[in-house]
Design a protein around this ligand. Structure first.
Ligand SMILES: Cc1ncc(COP(=O)(O)O)c(C=O)c1O
Length: 334
């Protein structure tokens, strides 16, 4: 993987080919009005592909907005666990009462057993982060939050595996990691939750307003939506989420096995059952990481065109990301 956030090469080539003249209309996508019929085709195509890949349509809306996962932290009242969760809690505090479902747990190296969670039975919603990109902990189950609305922060593993959308009130995902480039945030919201917004909520962040205007209430991130359409198409043609899930299991297993069979030369602090299939943190030399060895690893990785592998020291000095466009041959190289 040359980049931490690779796009499928075929998608980059198509974009290059089409950049000056989109489908023979004589102008670039970058020059299109977001209200034009040509852009309508692009955004409708992206939406259709999302529903095809998630195998769901009834009772949900999908919207494409700006502002990233961080703006969604403020757009919904949230309750939480984890490090991105700590950031979400800060944002949510401004709007309502928050209840931390589990206090900070060691160094965020595992998901505490649900039986120890302090779920408030009066909570309107429960927020969780499906895959933590800081500590690299991934949920391998969907939390049962009883009557509360389940809100999921899913930017880093969205469409990397199958998901039962019907369990969620809201799923939001900035799409750069698995589904496209920076700039567009996808929000999937159940019809029951469409009105789910506080009075203080600005209109652009209101799901009802955005869904009611098919994501065209204001200027959406057009070029990012266009790229996303290509990547969604690529996922579909590669076998959909079932294939992505299988691939990420194989890819992550290849690396975790090397770590686990290395007599602690490599070490990964995350508990095996909660290890992320998207982001693998590891230290080299000893459990805290040997600076000289890790520097040597990063230098050698760079020689092989593997960029941005420096991780968070609190978790592991090196971080390998295995997003959808990363191939098995890249794992052999790694
Ligand atoms: C799990 C998770 N949530 C939220 C965010 C914040 O997203 P954004 O930068 O789009 O606001 C990130 C960013 O990497 C993330 O990994």
């Amino acid at each position: 993987p040359r980049s931490l956030l690779p796009l499928p090469h075929s998608v980059l080539l198509e974009m290059q080919k089409e950049l000056l003249d989109h489908k023979g209309i004589g102008i670039s996508v970058l020059e299109m009005s977001y209200r034009s019929s040509d852009f309508a085709k692009i955004i409708n195509n992206a939406e259709t592909l999302v529903w095809e890949l998630l195998a769901v349509r009834d009772n949900y809306e999908v919207i494409f907005v700006q502002g990233g996962g961080s703006s969604q932290f403020g757009a919904v009242p949230l309750k939480l666990i984890g490090a991105w969760s700590a950031k979400a809690a800060e944002a949510a505090k401004k709007f309502g009462t928050i209840n931390i479902v589990h206090s900070k747990f060691g160094n965020y190296t595992k998901i505490p057993d649900p039986s120890t969670w302090n779920l408030n039975s009066d909570a309107s919603s429960v927020y969780y982060c499906a895959n933590e990109t800081v500590h690299n902990v991934e949920f391998d189950f969907t939390p049962d939050v009883k009557r509360a609305v389940l809100v999921c922060d899913m930017p880093s593993n969205f469409l990397s595996k199958t998901v039962d959308v019907s369990k969620f009130g809201v799923i939001f995902a900035g799409v750069q990691k698995n589904v496209g480039s920076a700039g567009v945030t996808m929000v999937i919201v159940s019809n029951d939750q469409l009105g789910f917004a506080l009075r203080e909520c600005p209109s652009v962040l209101e799901y009802k307003v955005q869904a009611g205007n098919s994501s065209l209430y204001n200027r959406p991130p057009c070029f990012s939506i266009y790229i996303m359409g290509w990547v969604l198409e690529w996922i579909k043609n590669s076998g959909g989420t079932v294939a992505m899930e299988k691939l990420s299991s194989i890819k992550s297993k290849m690396i975790y096995e090397i770590i686990d069979n290395s007599q602690r030369f490599y070490s990964c602090p995350v508990e095996p059952q909660n290890r992320s299939k998207m982001n693998i943190p590891f230290c080299i030399g000893n459990v805290k990481g040997d600076d000289a060895l890790e520097k040597r690893f990063l230098d050698k990785a760079l020689e092989l065109n593997m960029l941005s592998m420096k991780g968070q020291r609190s978790v592991g000095g090196i971080q390998a990301s295995l997003y959808n466009a990363v191939k098995i041959e890249h794992m052999h190289q790694l």
